[in-house]
Ligand binder design. Structure first.
Ligand code: GLA
Ligand code: ZN
Length: 676
């Protein structure tokens, strides 16, 4: 039977993060009443409140949270509870110091900030499960509670504590069986690194980045598995006791060295903490890196998602404060999140903290407690989202293009940076930005995911590779898909060992080329020539390509490799495989991706003005076209047909003018899909 509470994660609504424990109880009802009047539907609570929920070992105090949740319920506001394990209380860390992570150099990650918990600590697991079980029992039947957030913003700790050391050793044992196998798979013979007894095998003490790269990569994999196993200690308790509630986790700050896809297997819905930088000097990049973060979050579970923390005021404290959000920015970025597939957007935070380290990471309301300009904008957003929720619910983002993202490639390329400026994630930003400018919707999915339904797949550096990866691309191309594969692919096996075959290794067959030689040109600017004899800049890397069935698409135009193919296209089965041997400038990406998209039947729009984005959500009642002006200047976007504004009801034809940070949501008058 479909369950109301479980389905509630796909509602389109606005929420806030609220910390009842930070405020005098006499303020709660006034706050909650204002939330209700403003149109807030959901609130996240308690993710750091361990010391209040369990003031001393084994004695729980839920009375205050009961009173808060009862009040929320009285006002019809729903609740997500964060498990409080990111902030173990002092009584726990002093009695059980194994909770605290140990840094590579041997220093302890002391309590005082947050995140001071080793995922492999037996004490953390035991005490964490105990409080989660108590919370779950207390609130499984509470009428306001709809779901849970596990911990808060998982990230890699590179913990070197004794528990991690032992756990790592057994992880390696389980993976390879014998020490002989470890020695051979990691190539430990180099620099006399061979292990002769299991006790010699440890976490990479000292933290030097120049240790054996196979060890370093497996140490990361071990940690990914540890976070997944740790989260399981939470989700198993929650599933058993609260079967009607959904479970999420709030990912943050991409790129994260985390197996987000693996972590999300235990979750119903993924969430992201979205803090676009509101400073004017970031105006050229923030809307695009933001769009990528949203697409990446949607790709975690390949469905709608939540924003668990959304920008509400000037961020600060971790650095001198950034600019305050320009008028319209808070609303526009919340709509950008919804346009890219967020269903619920929860703003961080209701009111700026009066105490603690984050006093100047501003909330919607300032310390004065007088709601101001930002709050008025938030109230407008709540009104709009509530009015349009019936239209938006059930709609989703459908993309015909995808970028294959891999946390393993990210990690391996961080372990051994290849050339100055060559950064896995920064390069993804470039292609993604070009797609966004062309109005081509794009999913960003895990690199091992099936590719059915896509026409165009961009494959950033598959530096580590295996037969499975080659097969995936070959069968996609055979079936008529277009693959765009970039340099530094097919370099290594999955254990981070270089393979003894011409680059791009197992991808040569599909790409119809081999790399004769390469030049890590780094920050130097080199030159490309297209078939139309146009010049484009390129940098980072130059693969000098030998054609083995592929056609050249662009050539180098300088240095000793002038005239050699730099970009190629191979017809493979019913599809095409492009190989890009260098990192070209944005104009080249716009041309290449625009041509490839048109060729596969996608319809790129004429390049959108800087900062303007167009995204679509599709449902049974047709398509909703979101036009967002994420810039400080008014912009005009040409319209391909007549539309009606879902916001104002007015007819829009010819062109839509958008003021600074204004947005429009359009439905085609004739109900047909728009271009792009
Ligand atoms: C993260 C955390 C929040 C808050 C914000 C602002 O996103 O989850 O608790 O600290 O950062 O720094
Ligand atoms: Zn540890």
């Amino acid at each position: 039977m479909a369950d109301m509470a479980l389905d509630s994660y796909s509602k389109v609504q606005i929420g806030v993060d609220y910390y009842p424990e930070h405020w005098d109880e006499s303020m709660w009802e006034t706050d909650i009443k204002l939330m209700k009047e403003t149109g807030v539907k959901v609130v996240r609570v308690a993710e750091f409140a361990w010391s209040r929920l369990e003031p001393s070992d084994g004695s729980f105090d839920f009375a205050w949270l009961d009173r808060a949740l009862d009040l929320f319920h009285a006002y019809g506001i729903q609740i997500v509870i964060g498990t409080p394990t990111a902030t173990p209380p002092r009584w726990l860390t002093s009695a059980h110091p194994d909770v605290l992570p140990v840094l590579a150099g041997g220093g302890v990650f002391h309590p005082g900030v947050r995140g001071h918990r080793c995922y492999n600590s037996a004490s953390l697991q035991q005490y964490g499960s105990r409080i989660i079980e108590a919370l779950a029992r207390r609130y499984s039947g509470h009428p306001a509670v709809i779901g849970w957030q596990t911990d808060n913003e998982f990230s890699m700790l590179d913990c070197h504590c004794d528990s991690c050391n032992l756990a790592f050793r057994s992880w390696v044992q389980k993976k390879y069986g014998t020490l002989e196998q470890v020695n051979s798979e990691w190539g430990t013979v180099v620099w006399s690194g061979e292990y002769s007894a299991w006790e010699e095998l440890t976490v990479p003490y000292g933290g030097s980045p120049f240790q054996n790269p196979s060890l370093l990569l497996d140490f990361q994999r071990f940690q990914w598995d540890a976070v997944i196993a740790y989260q399981k200690t939470q989700t198993e308790v929650l599933r058993a006791i609260c079967p009607r509630h959904f479970i999420t986790h709030n990912f943050h700050s991409y790129p994260q060295r985390l197996d987000m896809h693996g972590l999300a297997e235990a979750l119903d819905v993924a969430a992201f903490d979205y803090y676009p930088n509101p400073s004017p000097q970031k105006q050229a990049t923030a809307p695009y890196s933001g769009a990528l973060s949203l697409d990446l979050t949607r790709g975690i579970k390949r469905r709608g998602f939540w924003i668990m923390e959304q920008l509400s005021g000037p961020p600060g404290c971790w650095f001198p404060m950034w600019r305050t959000p320009y008028p319209g920015l808070i609303r526009a970025y919340a709509w950008q999140a919804i346009a890219r597939g967020a269903d619920t957007v929860v703003h961080f935070r209701w009111r700026s903290a009066a105490a603690g380290a984050e006093q100047f990471w501003h909330g919607l309301i300032d310390h004065s407690n007088v709601p101001g300009r930002r709050f008025a904008e938030f109230a407008r957003l709540c009104g709009e989202v509530n009015a349009l929720a019936p239209l938006l619910e059930g709609t989703r983002v459908i993309s015909r293009a995808a970028i294959l993202y891999s946390h393993e490639q990210l990690a391996a390329l961080r372990i051994q940076p290849q050339a100055e400026g060559l950064d896995y994630y920064e390069n993804i930003k470039q292609y993604h930005r070009a797609l966004t400018k062309l109005g081509i919707g794009c999913d960003v999915i895990d690199w091992r995911q099936p590719l059915e339904g896509y026409k165009l797949v961009i494959v950033p550096s598959l530096y580590l590779h295996d037969e499975e990866a080659a097969q995936l691309l070959e069968s996609f191309a055979t079936g008529g898909g277009t693959v765009i594969l970039t340099s530094r692919s097919g370099v290594k096996n999955m254990n981070n060992i270089c393979v003894m075959q011409p680059l791009p290794g197992l991808f040569s067959h599909a790409a119809g080329i081999t790399v004769e030689e390469y030049d890590p040109v780094g920050g130097e600017v080199h030159s490309l020539r297209s078939a139309e004899d146009l010049r484009y800049k390129c940098s980072q890397w130059c693969d000098i390509l030998r054609l083995q069935g592929a056609e050249p698409v662009a050539w180098y135009a300088d240095d000793f490799f002038a005239g050699a193919p730099a970009v190629t296209m191979n017809r493979f089965g019913a599809g095409k495989v492009y190989y890009i041997g260098t990192q070209p400038e944005e104009n080249y990406w716009l041309k290449l991706l625009g041509d490839a998209a048109r060729d596969t039947g996608l319809t790129p729009v004429p390049e959108l003005p800087d900062g303007v984005q167009a995204f679509t959500r599709t449902g049974e009642q047709g398509e909703l076209l979101f036009l967002l002006n994420l810039s400080r200047t008014a912009q005009t976007v040409g319209l391909d047909k007549a539309y009606r504004s879902a916001l104002s009801g007015s007819l829009r034809t010819g062109a839509a003018r958008l003021e600074a940070y204004d947005i429009e949501i359009l439905q085609a008058e004739d109900g047909s899909p728009q271009e792009g």
